[in-house]
Design a protein around this ligand. Sequence first.
Ligand code: GLN
Length: 241
Amino acid sequence: MADQRELVILSLYPRDMNIYGDRGNLLALTRRARAHGFEPRVVDLNIGDTLPEHVDIVIGGGGQDSGQIRVAADLAGRAAEFQALAEGGTPMLVICGLYQLFGHRFVTTSGSTLQGIGVLDVETRGGDERMIGNVVVDSRDFGEIIGYENHSGYTVLGSGSEPLGTVLQGAGNNPDDGSGGARSGNVLGSYLHGSLLPKNPAISDFLIATAAQRRYDAFEPRAGVDQTAERARAAAKRRPR
Ligand code: GLN
Protein backbone atom coordinates (compact mmCIF):
# COMPACT_ATOMS: atom_id res chain seq x y z
CA MET A 1 0.00 0.00 0.00
CA ALA A 2 1.18 3.46 -0.91
CA ASP A 3 0.85 4.88 2.59
CA GLN A 4 2.84 2.10 4.22
CA ARG A 5 5.94 3.41 5.87
CA GLU A 6 9.01 1.37 6.57
CA LEU A 7 10.35 0.57 10.03
CA VAL A 8 13.78 -1.08 10.23
CA ILE A 9 13.94 -3.66 13.03
CA LEU A 10 17.44 -4.76 13.97
CA SER A 11 17.40 -8.32 15.33
CA LEU A 12 20.48 -8.86 17.49
CA TYR A 13 22.48 -12.07 17.20
CA PRO A 14 19.63 -14.42 16.22
CA ARG A 15 22.19 -17.23 15.67
CA ASP A 16 23.54 -17.16 19.23
CA MET A 17 20.86 -15.41 21.25
CA ASN A 18 17.51 -16.98 20.53
CA ILE A 19 16.37 -19.21 23.33
CA TYR A 20 12.91 -20.24 24.64
CA GLY A 21 11.30 -18.90 21.48
CA ASP A 22 12.66 -15.35 21.64
CA ARG A 23 12.39 -15.27 17.83
CA GLY A 24 8.66 -15.04 18.50
CA ASN A 25 9.25 -11.45 19.61
CA LEU A 26 10.27 -10.60 16.07
CA LEU A 27 7.22 -12.32 14.60
CA ALA A 28 4.85 -10.55 16.99
CA LEU A 29 6.52 -7.18 16.46
CA THR A 30 6.47 -7.34 12.66
CA ARG A 31 2.84 -8.45 12.71
CA ARG A 32 1.82 -5.68 15.06
CA ALA A 33 3.79 -3.10 13.02
CA ARG A 34 1.84 -4.16 9.91
CA ALA A 35 -1.43 -3.90 11.84
CA HIS A 36 -0.48 -0.29 12.66
CA GLY A 37 0.12 0.39 8.95
CA PHE A 38 3.92 0.10 8.77
CA GLU A 39 6.09 -2.07 6.59
CA PRO A 40 8.67 -3.70 8.88
CA ARG A 41 12.07 -4.55 7.41
CA VAL A 42 14.03 -7.00 9.57
CA VAL A 43 17.81 -6.87 9.51
CA ASP A 44 19.67 -9.65 11.34
CA LEU A 45 22.92 -8.68 13.03
CA ASN A 46 25.11 -11.69 13.72
CA ILE A 47 28.73 -11.70 14.85
CA GLY A 48 30.90 -9.73 12.43
CA ASP A 49 27.98 -8.23 10.45
CA THR A 50 27.86 -4.53 9.62
CA LEU A 51 25.17 -2.40 11.25
CA PRO A 52 22.67 -1.00 8.75
CA GLU A 53 22.79 2.75 8.14
CA HIS A 54 19.40 3.31 9.68
CA VAL A 55 17.76 1.48 12.60
CA ASP A 56 14.29 2.19 14.03
CA ILE A 57 13.91 -0.58 16.64
CA VAL A 58 16.43 -2.95 18.23
CA ILE A 59 15.44 -6.29 19.74
CA GLY A 60 17.49 -9.15 21.11
CA GLY A 61 17.03 -12.37 23.05
CA GLY A 62 18.64 -14.72 25.49
CA GLY A 63 21.21 -17.45 25.12
CA GLN A 64 23.51 -19.95 26.75
CA ASP A 65 26.59 -18.67 28.57
CA SER A 66 28.75 -20.01 25.69
CA GLY A 67 26.81 -17.92 23.17
CA GLN A 68 27.03 -14.94 25.49
CA ILE A 69 30.84 -15.11 25.55
CA ARG A 70 31.04 -14.87 21.74
CA VAL A 71 28.42 -12.18 21.60
CA ALA A 72 29.96 -10.10 24.41
CA ALA A 73 33.22 -9.86 22.47
CA ASP A 74 31.47 -8.72 19.30
CA LEU A 75 29.14 -6.33 21.15
CA ALA A 76 32.06 -4.70 22.97
CA GLY A 77 33.31 -3.40 19.61
CA ARG A 78 29.95 -1.77 18.96
CA ALA A 79 29.39 -0.23 22.41
CA ALA A 80 29.69 3.34 21.12
CA GLU A 81 27.24 2.71 18.27
CA PHE A 82 24.59 1.26 20.58
CA GLN A 83 25.15 3.94 23.20
CA ALA A 84 24.62 6.57 20.50
CA LEU A 85 21.42 4.87 19.30
CA ALA A 86 20.14 4.67 22.89
CA GLU A 87 21.02 8.29 23.61
CA GLY A 88 19.25 9.31 20.41
CA GLY A 89 16.08 7.62 21.72
CA THR A 90 15.95 4.51 19.54
CA PRO A 91 13.54 2.06 21.24
CA MET A 92 15.08 -1.27 22.20
CA LEU A 93 13.99 -4.46 23.91
CA VAL A 94 16.62 -6.89 25.17
CA ILE A 95 15.79 -10.17 26.88
CA CYS A 96 17.75 -12.25 29.39
CA GLY A 97 21.26 -12.89 27.99
CA LEU A 98 21.30 -9.64 26.02
CA TYR A 99 19.63 -7.80 28.92
CA GLN A 100 22.67 -8.84 30.96
CA LEU A 101 25.11 -7.72 28.22
CA PHE A 102 23.36 -4.36 27.78
CA GLY A 103 24.25 -3.74 31.43
CA HIS A 104 27.73 -3.04 32.73
CA ARG A 105 28.90 -6.60 33.24
CA PHE A 106 27.88 -10.19 33.75
CA VAL A 107 30.04 -12.20 36.15
CA THR A 108 29.36 -15.86 35.37
CA THR A 109 29.04 -18.65 37.94
CA SER A 110 32.58 -19.75 37.03
CA GLY A 111 33.82 -16.26 37.92
CA SER A 112 34.68 -14.88 34.49
CA THR A 113 33.55 -11.36 33.74
CA LEU A 114 31.77 -10.59 30.48
CA GLN A 115 31.91 -6.84 29.88
CA GLY A 116 28.60 -5.32 28.85
CA ILE A 117 27.99 -2.10 26.95
CA GLY A 118 26.41 -0.16 29.83
CA VAL A 119 23.33 1.03 27.95
CA LEU A 120 21.33 -0.06 30.99
CA ASP A 121 22.55 0.76 34.50
CA VAL A 122 22.41 -2.85 35.67
CA GLU A 123 24.92 -5.44 36.74
CA THR A 124 24.54 -9.22 36.92
CA ARG A 125 26.17 -12.11 38.78
CA GLY A 126 25.53 -15.76 38.08
CA GLY A 127 24.09 -17.35 41.23
CA ASP A 128 23.55 -20.87 42.56
CA GLU A 129 19.80 -20.66 42.32
CA ARG A 130 17.99 -20.96 38.98
CA MET A 131 14.90 -18.84 38.74
CA ILE A 132 12.39 -20.69 36.61
CA GLY A 133 8.70 -20.22 36.01
CA ASN A 134 5.84 -17.96 35.07
CA VAL A 135 6.16 -14.32 36.01
CA VAL A 136 3.77 -11.41 36.37
CA VAL A 137 5.18 -7.89 36.69
CA ASP A 138 2.99 -4.93 37.59
CA SER A 139 4.29 -2.03 35.50
CA ARG A 140 3.38 1.62 35.27
CA ASP A 141 3.97 1.87 31.52
CA PHE A 142 2.68 -1.46 30.17
CA GLY A 143 0.15 -2.77 32.67
CA GLU A 144 0.76 -6.35 33.76
CA ILE A 145 3.76 -7.82 31.94
CA ILE A 146 3.42 -11.59 31.65
CA GLY A 147 6.17 -14.04 30.69
CA TYR A 148 8.39 -16.95 31.62
CA GLU A 149 11.83 -16.78 33.21
CA ASN A 150 14.74 -19.22 33.32
CA HIS A 151 18.03 -17.74 34.49
CA SER A 152 20.61 -17.94 37.22
CA GLY A 153 21.74 -14.37 36.65
CA TYR A 154 21.04 -12.13 39.65
CA THR A 155 20.63 -8.58 38.38
CA VAL A 156 20.68 -5.36 40.39
CA LEU A 157 19.84 -1.89 39.11
CA GLY A 158 21.79 1.33 39.63
CA SER A 159 20.18 4.75 39.81
CA GLY A 160 20.41 5.25 36.02
CA SER A 161 17.77 2.60 35.29
CA GLU A 162 14.33 2.18 36.78
CA PRO A 163 12.59 -1.17 37.12
CA LEU A 164 9.93 -1.92 34.51
CA GLY A 165 7.76 -2.84 37.46
CA THR A 166 7.18 -4.81 40.63
CA VAL A 167 7.09 -8.58 40.52
CA LEU A 168 3.73 -10.01 41.59
CA GLN A 169 4.73 -13.61 40.86
CA GLY A 170 8.21 -15.01 40.19
CA ALA A 171 11.72 -13.70 40.79
CA GLY A 172 12.37 -11.09 38.09
CA ASN A 173 15.75 -9.36 38.37
CA ASN A 174 16.61 -11.32 41.52
CA PRO A 175 14.72 -13.12 44.28
CA ASP A 176 15.30 -10.35 46.83
CA ASP A 177 14.23 -6.85 45.82
CA GLY A 178 10.95 -7.44 43.97
CA SER A 179 12.00 -5.55 40.84
CA GLY A 180 11.26 -6.82 37.35
CA GLY A 181 13.25 -5.65 34.32
CA ALA A 182 14.87 -2.28 33.71
CA ARG A 183 14.36 0.84 31.65
CA SER A 184 16.68 3.69 30.71
CA GLY A 185 15.09 6.15 28.31
CA ASN A 186 13.56 4.03 25.54
CA VAL A 187 15.68 0.95 26.25
CA LEU A 188 13.86 -1.90 27.98
CA GLY A 189 15.49 -4.98 29.50
CA SER A 190 13.69 -8.03 30.87
CA TYR A 191 14.25 -11.65 31.81
CA LEU A 192 10.93 -12.68 30.35
CA HIS A 193 10.70 -15.17 27.52
CA GLY A 194 7.54 -16.86 26.50
CA SER A 195 8.05 -15.21 24.04
CA LEU A 196 7.31 -11.88 25.65
CA LEU A 197 5.80 -9.76 22.86
CA PRO A 198 3.04 -12.14 21.67
CA LYS A 199 1.60 -11.89 25.20
CA ASN A 200 2.39 -8.22 25.75
CA PRO A 201 1.22 -6.13 22.78
CA ALA A 202 1.50 -2.99 24.93
CA ILE A 203 5.28 -3.36 24.72
CA SER A 204 5.18 -3.88 20.94
CA ASP A 205 3.00 -0.77 20.70
CA PHE A 206 5.52 1.22 22.72
CA LEU A 207 8.40 0.14 20.44
CA ILE A 208 6.41 0.89 17.27
CA ALA A 209 4.92 4.19 18.48
CA THR A 210 8.29 5.46 19.70
CA ALA A 211 10.01 4.48 16.46
CA ALA A 212 7.26 6.04 14.35
CA GLN A 213 7.34 9.30 16.33
CA ARG A 214 11.08 9.53 15.88
CA ARG A 215 11.13 8.72 12.19
CA TYR A 216 7.83 10.14 10.92
CA ASP A 217 6.90 12.61 13.66
CA ALA A 218 3.56 10.93 14.13
CA PHE A 219 1.89 7.77 15.33
CA GLU A 220 -1.76 6.94 15.03
CA PRO A 221 -2.63 3.54 16.46
CA ARG A 222 -4.50 1.36 13.99
CA ALA A 223 -4.19 -2.12 15.46
CA GLY A 224 -7.09 -3.13 17.66
CA VAL A 225 -7.12 -5.30 20.75
CA ASP A 226 -5.18 -8.51 20.07
CA GLN A 227 -7.71 -11.14 21.22
CA THR A 228 -5.22 -13.99 20.88
CA ALA A 229 -2.83 -12.13 23.16
CA GLU A 230 -5.63 -11.52 25.65
CA ARG A 231 -6.39 -15.26 25.78
CA ALA A 232 -2.70 -16.15 26.08
CA ARG A 233 -2.30 -13.65 28.93
CA ALA A 234 -5.27 -15.08 30.80
CA ALA A 235 -4.02 -18.66 30.32
CA ALA A 236 -0.47 -17.81 31.42
CA LYS A 237 -1.74 -16.02 34.50
CA ARG A 238 -3.77 -19.06 35.54
CA ARG A 239 -0.70 -21.29 35.38
CA PRO A 240 1.08 -21.94 38.63
CA ARG A 241 4.65 -20.79 39.00
N1 GLN B 1 23.05 -17.40 31.03
C1 GLN B 1 22.19 -16.45 31.57
C2 GLN B 1 21.57 -16.84 32.89
O1 GLN B 1 21.23 -18.00 33.14
C3 GLN B 1 21.15 -16.09 30.55
C4 GLN B 1 20.10 -17.14 30.38
C5 GLN B 1 19.13 -16.84 29.27
O2 GLN B 1 19.38 -16.00 28.41
N2 GLN B 1 18.04 -17.57 29.26
O3 GLN B 1 21.40 -15.99 33.71
